[in-house]
Structures are given as C-alpha cells and as structure tokens.
Design a protein around this ligand. Structure first.
Ligand SMILES: [Zn+2]
Length: 273
C-alpha cells in the first residue's frame, strides 16, 4: 500500500506536469467504485475548465488545488496509481490544456477520487516530516515533545499506534516496521510505555526511513509505481520488512514475522526490545 514516501514521490512527479494547466474534460467510465460522494457526471461538470494551481500532500492524500479554491483529492488505497500515461486499469482520465492528460488507475479499487468545494479538513495526526518538509497549513509540527504527548497513556501496541492515521499521518505497514527496527523497539510494546530515550530514537528513525523512502522514490514490494509508471528503489534498502527467516543485518539472527491488527509485522526479537 502506498505510504507517505510513495504519495510524495507522485506529488513531486505530478506538480510540474499539471501546474497552471486547465482541466478540459474528465472521463470516468468505470469509476463508480472509486468516486466518493460524487457521480461521474458530477465530477466532469465540477472540474471542467478548472485550472490546477498546486499539488499538495497530506498524509497519504494527494490534493490538486484548483484556482477556484475547489480541490480534487485522490487516495491511492491499496493499488491505486496516478500516471502520466495510461495503463490497463485506468478508471478516471483527466484531460488537460496543452494536450496533456493524467490518469487514475486502480486494479483492486480501494482507491478514492473525491471533490471538495473548499480545502478539506482531514482527521489526521501531525505530518512526520513537518516542519522540514512543506505541507499544507493544517498539520502540527512533529516535534519530539509532540510525539511524547501523543504517546502518553496509550494502551495499544506501538505498531498499531504508528498505523493509526489520526495519531500520525502517512505511516503504513512498511515504514512502521522499518522505523521500529532502526529504533530497536519491539512492535508489541505498549505505545505509552516508551521512555524518553526510546521516543527520541523512534522519532529520528521515523523521519529517517520516510526521508530515505522519498529519496529512493518509494518502495515497490507489490503494485506501487511512480507517476511515470516506474518501480521505486527503496525495496532494495529495507532492513526487516518482507525478510521473514532471513538474517538480521545487525545480529545475524532470524527476522520474525507476526500479525498485528491483521497486518504482517517484521522484526528482530533480539535487536528490538
Ligand atoms: Zn537482530
């Protein structure tokens, strides 16, 4: 599933491609399952003639800000793609001025295409890379103090905490496993039990894995592709994710896989306490 680094990679690919162009037409022929709160006809009517002013990201949401103040918002779900050239799973085609088009494609159709009259309010926690990375004004800065406040008294395990978008935006299964490994924290630890040193380590690890994920243009363990249809590069740099039974890079012991909240979680029982 695309997480913050994958959506950010797409945002960076898309912005120069669509900036300042008007949406000429929208084709949403097989899109009923991905359009949320709007019909295909409604979407065409709402977007026609609108100029794209900016492409932003909040958590895992991609936001096309239009000059009118309206917003086209896309969530990639499990297998969604935003592409400059069509593939065979295209659900919505956006035709732009100057002969360009872009496409929303989705194999499994858990993705969402949404339209808002004004900038939407997202029920999301802070942006993990803020304030170092430019994000829309709604997000709090993710400082160590803020992180400690958010964790305080939380009874669930830290892995599930990291995946909860209302606590922290943009982190999913892959980067949560990677950050916990780098911080040396076991995924089943109670979120509220982390001491100040562990909080500092995990804060640093989160920012590091997400920044590296962006640097290497995302992780393609399954369906993720960038806006040019290419695979990312971070799957070659993962330390624990998808490495069940393989040797831990730190202690040479076997990497374990457990299920937490119906999601596979990879960790090293010796290095993570
Ligand atoms: Zn280890």
């Amino acid at each position: 599933m695309p997480e913050l680094p994958e959506v950010e990679t797409i945002r960076r690919d898309m912005e120069p491609y669509v900036l300042g162009r008007a949406i000429k037409a929208v084709k949403a022929l097989r899109a009923r399952n991905v359009l949320k709160g709007i019909s295909a006809k409604g979407l065409q009517k709402a977007l026609k003639g609108q100029k794209i002013e900016k492409v932003e990201r909040r958590g895992k949401f991609l936001i096309f800000k239009l000059a009118s103040g309206n917003c086209l918002v896309i969530h990639l779900g499990m297998t969604g793609r935003v592409l400059k050239a069509p593939d065979r799973f295209v659900k919505v085609t956006f035709m732009l001025s100057g002969g360009r088009s872009f496409y929303f494609s989705d194999i499994r159709m858990f993705g969402k295409v949404m339209f808002f009259r004004s900038y939407p309010t997202f029920k999301l926690g802070p942006e993990p890379l803020a304030p170092h990375q430019m994000v829309p004004g709604q997000a709090d800065d993710f400082t160590v103090t803020r992180f400690a406040e958010l964790l305080k008294g939380r009874g669930g395990n830290i892995k599930a905490w990291l995946l909860n978008q209302r606590f922290l935006a943009g982190v999913g299964n892959i980067y949560a496993s990677e950050a916990l490994f780098r911080a040396g924290i076991a995924p089943r630890r109670r979120a509220g039990s982390l001491n100040p040193q562990e909080i500092l380590k995990l804060h640093r690890a989160l920012r590091r894995v997400l920044s590296e994920g962006i640097k290497y243009r995302g992780t393609s363990v399954s369906d993720y592709r960038d806006a040019g249809g290419r695979v990312g590069g971070y799957q070659h740099r993962l330390r624990v994710y998808d490495r069940e039974g393989k040797r831990c890079y730190k202690c040479k012991g076997p990497v374990k896989k457990i299920i937490i909240g119906q999601r596979s979680t990879y960790f090293c029982p010796r290095c993570q306490r």
